[in-house]
Ligand binder design. Structure first.
Ligand code: NAD
Length: 418
């Protein structure tokens, strides 16, 4: 069996520097790694991970190796792998199967290779790994103690599997921890999505009409940061509460059919399909820019764009121009895949410090509790809170503690108006 497959192993020296840089900004994960080094809680456990192969993921993998695990790794998106990081990981003994710019067949070939190492604990981002094990690699199921899931879309898919009675091992929904989605999905996606748009286009955001489709945790972050750069933010939603929240946060809310004619930039972050489609593209301004930050490349209907276009040109990396029959040009960033990973570097390390601290602690939890029921489980509260406590401490921020009088007061009902 091949030990790994990456684009170019000679990129490893640059990858090591990138990993070192990320690690410097991930104090919580480093504390966990130090403990893992001493305690070896993952001794001889095989971990199979399907994650964006970035410098932050490499720091997580280092923590697993320090804990005594063996690791196989594939990418969770055909465009998100950083080839230098992948190369560096091969020198750390990780079985990496990932490179940037994969075809769908290559992507799933890599998934299958990571499964070949017979993982006992899995990590997934979007549920492709878990669904492949359940559909095409069922012989791998017998080894698996449990797994984790990193993102909203993955948790939705796994809950659907559980509902259909198809889920065969326990999954901890890391995405749903407060210490994950309140920070990663909001501040991480907020900043890195704008980073991706700016690296791909270098346009000025101030004064632009910036349409955010979906006002969930990611959408809130994107809207907030776009507003901070001086853009006029318009939100489209299907959920009345979220739309109302957007309005009360100072944004305009309207259907995508109306926003289509107004927007200079469109960003989808819904986890849904065909949110921006033909009838909307037909009404867009010349020069409109389309980007997606939701997990899969289905939010902007790329087939519709291809059908409407008479010409397609790549203007610069991650920026494709589609000319429509009437001469208008629409621009698609990063092939409609996660723009923050395709055109930038994904979330900043400080945010991934928390998400991956959750991952590391949940993997340790699964190693200690190998017989959890085959359901989607929440992150244990003590893990969620410990990540926030460790992060505050790493930031040298102290907070108050409840006094005994306050604890008693908060737990009683007798005392009211005085
Ligand atoms: N880019 C990244 O790095 C990154 C990070 C975290 C999550 N994600 C992905 O981003 C997506 C959104 O995640 P989230 O945590 O914000 O989810 P969420 O559930 O909090 O929010 C999604 C929102 O989209 C709305 N929505 C659904 N269909 C819609 C439609 N047709 N039009 C307008 N709004 C619609 C929903 O009502 C909801 O408010 C998921 O696919 C998730 O996996 C990406």
């Amino acid at each position: 069996m091949e030990d790994f497959k990456v684009k170019d192993t000679s990129l490893a020296p640059q990858g090591h520097l990138q990993i070192e840089w990320a690690s410097k900004h991930m104090p919580v994960l480093n504390q966990i790694k130090e403990r893992f080094t001493k305690q070896k809680p993952l001794k001889d456990i095989t971990i199979g991970a399907c994650l964006h192969v970035t410098k932050e993921t490499a720091v997580l993998v280092e923590a697993f190796l320090a804990g005594g695990a063996k690791v196989s790794l594939c990418g969770s998106n055909p465009l998100s792998t950083k080839d230098d990081v992948a190369a560096a990981l091969t020198e750390k003994g990780v079985h990496v199967f990932a490179w940037r710019g994969q075809t769908t067949d290559e992507y799933y070939w890599c998934t299958q290779r990571a499964i070949d190492y017979k993982p006992e604990i899995t990590l997934d981002d979007g549920a492709d790994f878990t669904s492949t094990i359940h559909s095409r690699r069922t012989e791998a199921l017998s080894n698996i103690k449990g797994g984790t899931e990193e993102t909203t879309t993955g948790v939705l898919r796994l809950r659907a599997m559980e509902k259909a009675g198809a889920l065969k091992f326990a999954i901890i929904a890391v995405n749903d921890a407060y210490s994950k989605y309140l920070f990663d999905n909001r501040y991480g996606t907020g900043q890195s999505t704008l980073d991706g748009i700016m690296r791909a286009t270098n346009i000025l955001l101030a004064g632009k009409n910036f349409v955010v489709c979906g006002y969930g945790w990611c959408g809130r972050g994107i809207a907030m940061r776009a507003q901070g750069m001086g853009a006029n933010v318009i939100v489209t939603e299907t959920n009345p509460l979220r739309a109302l929240e957007a309005v009360m946060n100072g944004f305009r809310a309207m259907p995508i059919s109306e926003a289509a004619a107004l927007g200079d930039i469109f960003v989808t972050a819904t986890g849904d399909i065909s949110v921006v489609r033909k009838e909307h593209m037909q009404n867009m301004k010349d020069g409109a820019i389309l980007a997606n930050s939701g997990h899969f490349n289905v939010e902007i209907d790329i087939q519709d764009l291809e059908e409407l276009a008479t010409r397609k040109r790549t203007i610069r990396p991650n920026l494709d121009e589609y000319t429509l029959k009437d001469g208008r040009r629409l621009y698609l960033l990063g092939e409609g895949r996660l723009v923050n990973l395709a055109a930038a570097e994904g979330h900043p390390s400080e945010v991934m410090d928390m998400s991956f601290a959750d991952q590391a602690l949940c993997v340790e939890y699964l190693a200690k509790n190998p017989k959890m029921a085959p359901r989607v489980h929440p992150v244990p509260k003590e893990i969620d809170e410990s990540v926030a406590t460790l992060k505050l401490s790493a930031m040298k921020i102290r907070i108050d503690e409840l006094t005994d009088e306050q604890k008693k007061y908060l737990a009683t009902w007798e005392m009211g108006t005085i």
